[in-house]
Design a protein around this ligand. Structure first.
Ligand SMILES: [Zn+2]
Length: 213
């Protein structure tokens, strides 16, 4: 766990009149804000520009698309027995009743639970910054780090569809075509990823610094 440090041993860039590069973390004088980082060429900003507004925009778009992602068919299966359209939920039910409970759980977690939790967590973080709340900032920062880790696994569901398509095509028994739901789902994943990338977790601590004077 964290060791309490004497106040003199820690500081942030702002009171030291410094600005940290988003890409290479080089510290430059605050006077260079808006100019390019002398080391890597990224434009220097004290905080990600329009972080809260951009995150909200991406998040709201993701929430809206989450509805068609779950309601529209994720994939269309054409076989000698006819054509069937499967949504995420009907897919989960199908796996469950055909004794592939592990696969059903995997799809449920990857495509319903994780995106929902991600969007809820981002909403909480954004509301915290918006209302300058100082409630459990450390836990909220951890939550943001967790979001970044989960982000890398979010495309799992698209992989499941791709894998199934490849498997079934190999059997030449049926054709699987990704449906409009897959597009909406991929958009939800990309938009939540962009929302969490646009979010600047340091804004959480700015509220604390402001409250402390
Ligand atoms: Zn740099």
């Amino acid at each position: 766990m964290s060791v309490p440090l004497p106040a003199a041993a820690v500081s942030t860039a702002t009171p030291m009149k410094l600005v940290s590069c988003h890409a290479c973390h080089l510290l430059s004088a605050q006077a260079l804000e808006g100019l390019r980082c002398p080391r890597c060429g990224t434009v220097l900003h004290r905080r990600k520009p329009d972080s809260v507004a951009r995150s909200w925009a991406f998040l709201i778009a993701a929430v809206i698309l989450y509805i068609p992602a779950n309601l529209l068919p994720m994939m269309t299966t054409q076989s000698v027995f006819g054509t069937s359209n499967d949504t995420v939920l009907s897919g989960i039910v199908y796996f469950w009743i055909s004794d592939s409970m592990a696969l059903a759980l995997l799809v449920l977690i990857a495509s319903v639970v994780v995106p929902l939790l991600k969007m809820m967590a981002l909403t909480m973080l954004l509301l915290s910054v918006q209302f300058r709340s100082t409630w459990r900032i450390r836990q909220q920062t951890r939550l943001y780090r967790l979001l970044e880790v989960i982000g890398r696994w979010s495309m799992l569901d698209i992989f499941v569809v791709a894998m199934l398509a490849a498997l079934v095509r190999a059997g030449k028994l049926a054709t699987i075509i990704p449906g409009p739901g897959a597009l909406a789902f991929a958009s939800v994943v990309v938009l939540t990823m962009l929302a969490s990338l646009s979010f600047d977790s340091r804004l959480l601590w700015d509220s604390l610094d402001e409250n402390n004077g």
